[in-house]
Design a protein around this ligand. Sequence first.
Ligand code: FAD
Ligand code: MEZ
Length: 767
Amino acid sequence: MSGLKVTSWIQSGLRPSKKRSVLSLVIIGLALGVGGIVAFNATMHATNTDEFCVSCHEQKDNSLVMLEKTRHYGNASGNSAGCSDCHVPHEFAPKMIRKIQASREVWGHITGIIDTPEKYAAHAPHMKKKEIDRIRANDSQECRNCHEVEQMNLDLQSPAVRQFHQAMLDNGKSCIDCHAGLAHNPADMPGATVASADVLADAHGEKALCYTCHVSDEGPEDDNLSHENTGCVSCHGDLRAVASREPQLEVSPHQSHFIGDVACTTCHSAHIKSVTYCDACHSFDFNMPFGASWTRGPAPLIADAEDKAAQDQAITEAPRVETDIVVVGSGGAGLAAAVSARDAGAGVILLEKEPVPGGNTKLAAGGMNAAETRSQEKLGITDDKQTMVDDTMKGGHDVNDPDLVKVLANNSSDSIDWLTSMGADMSDVGRMGGASVNRSHRPAGGAGVGAHVAQVLWDNAVQRGTDIRFNSRVVMILKDPSGTVTGVLVHGKFTGYYVIKADAVILATGGFSRNNKLVAQLDPKLAGFKNTNQPGATGDGLEVAQLAGAATRDLEYIQAHPTYSPVGGVLVTEAIRGNGAILVNRDGERFVNEITTRDKAAAAILAQAGGSAYLIFDDGVRKSLSKIESFIHLHIVNEGGSIEILANEIDLPAANLANTLSAYNGFVKAGKDTQFQRPDLPRELSTAPYYAIEVTPAVHHTMGGVLIDTGARVKDTDGNTIRGLYAAGEATGGVHGANRLGGNAISDIITFGRLAGAEAAMYVKDN
Ligand code: FAD
Ligand code: MEZ
């Protein structure tokens, strides 16, 4: 019987009490298997000196098969623990088994770092309940007997992690301060699985030395904090691993519409208490773990004189790096541009000022418009590109550039195919306001389109070797005296200002809905409005372009999305209305065609008492659109088993609401809404439970931006092309005119993003 079998017995979870015969065999096997100790002799072992043990068991090289390497790890490595610390010589084999048995009781209480049978086996001798207090009182000296940092054997092999642990010990922290595995009650020592803000900021920061996290005490080496994050992940696992350990939380901050590999340091810094990046958008009425909110306004491109001097200095220095194309912004337009430029053979550096990728794109909910697609055909929807052009021009009040609209519509089904060829699912098709037919594409079941599309683009950009840099804000486009673009000036959050030399630059910096100062300057009635956007949507890309001489258009057209939840601080997707929900006011009455264009729907809501309305739907609508689950998860949906119960819950006159629904269901049956001429009546609202979400308009999309032509080339104020400068997505103007149709932005960023990438790559090749 070998030590291996002892371990597999532990692993198998057999209960020794029920398996006495197996146990007997194990004991006999142990006795028989002990190398040269065939005649097991209690008297001999009773001598009880470690020297004596070692004379037979050769612990230093673990030569005895019975002696599991892990269990004797500390001793074998020359630490101070002696054989007799664990082994009772008089009853060698039986006592060992009993020790393991006793420790198994404790196993149920263990979480955190000791999470595999092997590690359990390694700790077994120390894990008896009665020993825990002694270990704690001993300031973890006993842990350190085995786990001298230089010889850590807990899969924590990276130098950074070892340094970190060494510094923690040097600063008076003990093992059990962080590792739940040794704590009696995991609830009062959450340790490595779910750490509180205090543990993160305090234990990792104040008590550690710079080099425990950073390459040197100079601080981070790059703006992605690659080294620092490798350290976090090697102890805690990546985002997905951490998320998988927190199902007990009401809302897991690690499971969201994050795309890509969101760095731990986005929320957790050792220098300040952790903040929840999500709180930058959401306003939950329950406590998010880590509490403190992320608040940040638009920052000026040049903060002060010192900053200006640092910029000037960086420009005079040699470029830190060179590439063919710099893409600015990691939303859908930027990622699509990066993928298509890489496919055309260009080298690409993609810069993102935020610590997370995806921009507003990752938030997009309802769908991506496209005409004449395979998905439409499969669902029997008849559509054509010209109708998409007509709808878009009409929705934009004919302010749009018709040539750009043609590019949008004519390439829309190709864009869907392009995404599908890279792994996207765009098989569900729904209706958005202002569209003549169902043409808004999204994943099966009605899941949010943006996080999915952004993840697919992210994966493909990474696979193609794109150099992606976070916390890297482009503050200037550099040009030579002839006006040709030569690169960008970047402000790396941790590495300071530096120049990237590039032959072409693609601006994909998104819109500026988050910048209420600028929004209010351009449209004063939107002053003080909430918005639906991510924190980086401040419009500094626009400013950068203007500084480089770019012309702009349509900046005054700013869209309010009609249905934003003031409770959750999130956009409530138009797709719910598209799938059948109605809007009612505080009298429980409809007041608008729910799928009219956004400007009209938003104005109608603002005209109601209280400036808000209720979105009302039934379980049929809920089942038709899986995106609704995320709103339920965020606690912004009221639910009632009947219309009356729902009405009472949200304080609406129940009889009115019942009458409204009954009249609406009549219109659905008749196929005609004689009250508000809603053109699409997908389903009756008659399946309990019923749901309501309070909604009010919020700033959502900025239609104006940089002036481009049909090749995504940026024009200057004299109408000339700025050589080497391209732009795509919400940073540009002209595609949507005075009012964007729901679903047209994702279509815009994919089509113009990939166009910009291909055009820029061609320009680089030709020059
Ligand atoms: P973004 O995705 O916003 O990306 C721009 C990126 O550039 C950002 O990450 C930003 O931080 C970065 N950046 C900015 N300045 C700099 C700088 N100086 N240096 C470096 N980086 C910089 N549209 C639809 O068609 N269908 C929908 O269902 C839909 N739902 C939406 C839901 C929500 C909640 C929101 C907010 C928008 C929605 N939209 C939808 C609109 C659509 O998502 C956006 O218009 C579109 O995603 C913009 O893509 P983009 O790539 O141009 O910009
Ligand atoms: O295009 C949009 O902005 C959109 C469809 C948003 C939404 O309501 O889901």
